[in-house]
Design a protein around this ligand. Structure first.
Ligand code: C2E
Ligand code: CA
Ligand code: CA
Ligand code: CA
Length: 279
């Protein structure tokens, strides 16, 4: 039955039907996958443009599926969100990141803060703060080593609740990044009302920064806005040297992207943490 199943996937390939079938299959295995540790985190460095130091890393979830191999979050985060699985998944991620930080520390590596992506549902969940506190305590970590990335979609359903949760996290000592900045519901009132440390410019604006004048303008005005509000600016999705130089010239503080480093497993990141910077 197993081989008949994968044969079907090949046959329909990208059809909506196959995607729906696979979604159902993933959903059916989700809780078991959490218990059996099929999820893992990859890490991508954030690099300061001033001196090319590694100033942090972002944790990105993957699912090492026994049959389908490595599955990216685009395929299962949405499912988790619509089926009440974000809380257990989020819990797993926070604990896994803290365990990893403790491991790096115990291995004698210099630590950098690790940013985790948090979805809207998590911000509306009172248990988030307790989970963060408990994991930090369990691994004897200071809150400065955890950071939070949120997208503006987090503020659509309940801005006030999200704001309160973020303020508590900030008061605990965690930095908050506004992710995918410039897409969707960008609103100055969000930035003003929320305890944000930095804006992360979406990679769609970085892609054509050299050729598309309006993308360049968006990046430039984001940098200006951030400067005036005392926020840092991080650009994501930097794939070329040209893009990096352009962003540097525009006054962007930090970059992330395949050009410097793809997201990799913890063990592969260790040498870079040890070294601490890019040449
Ligand atoms: P994101 O937070 O905007 O993460 C950046 C995405 O861009 C990642 O995709 C990363 O692998 C990819 N990326 C990094 N550098 C480059 C580059 O130079 N070029 C290109 N083309 N892409 C680059 P990934 O890992 O597939 O994650 C996709 C999205 O899934 C994330 O977007 C985030 O919204 C969500 N996600 C990932 N991990 C988690 C998690 O642990 N929890 C939650 N709630 N969401 C997560
Ligand atoms: Ca992110
Ligand atoms: Ca992003
Ligand atoms: Ca994104």
């Amino acid at each position: 039955a197993k081989s008949a199943g994968s044969g079907l996937y090949r046959f329909y390939d990208a059809s909506l039907n196959a995607i729906a079938v696979r979604g159902l299959e993933l959903l059916g295995r989700f809780r078991q996958a959490l218990k059996e540790n099929e999820f893992c985190l990859h890490y991508q460095p954030k690099v300061a443009l001033q001196d090319y130091r590694v100033v942090g890393v972002e944790a990105l979830i993957r699912w090492q599926h026994p049959e389908h191999g490595l599955i990216y979050p685009g395929e299962f985060i949405g499912l988790a969100e619509t089926h009440d699985l974000v809380q257990p998944l989020g819990h797993w991620i926070i604990e896994a990141v803290c365990r990893q930080l403790a491991q790096w520390r115990d291995d004698g590596l210099p630590l950098v803060p690790v940013a985790i992506n948090v979805s809207a549902k998590q911000l509306n969940d009172q248990r988030l703060i307790a989970t963060v506190r408990e994991s930090l305590q369990r691994h004897q970590l200071s809150a400065q080593w955890l950071e939070i990335e949120v997208t503006e979609s987090c503020f659509i359903t309940d801005l006030e609740q999200a704001r309160q949760t973020l303020e508590k996290l900030r008061d605990e000592g965690l930095r908050i990044y506004l992710d995918d900045y410039g897409t969707g519901y960008s609103s100055l009132s969000h930035i003003k009302a929320l305890p944000v440390y930095a804006l992360k410019i979406d990679r769609s604006f970085v892609r054509d920064i050299r050729n598309d004048n309006s993308d360049g303008m968006i990046v430039a005005s984001t940098v200006t806005l951030a400067r005036n509000l005392g926020l840092k600016v991080v650009a994501e999705g930097v794939e070329t040297r040209e893009q990096l130089m352009h962003l540097k010239l525009m006054g962007c503080d930090e970059v992330q992207g395949f050009y410097l480093q793809r997201p990799v497993a913890a063990a592969q990141l260790a040498p870079l943490l040890q070294k601490g910077w890019f040449d």
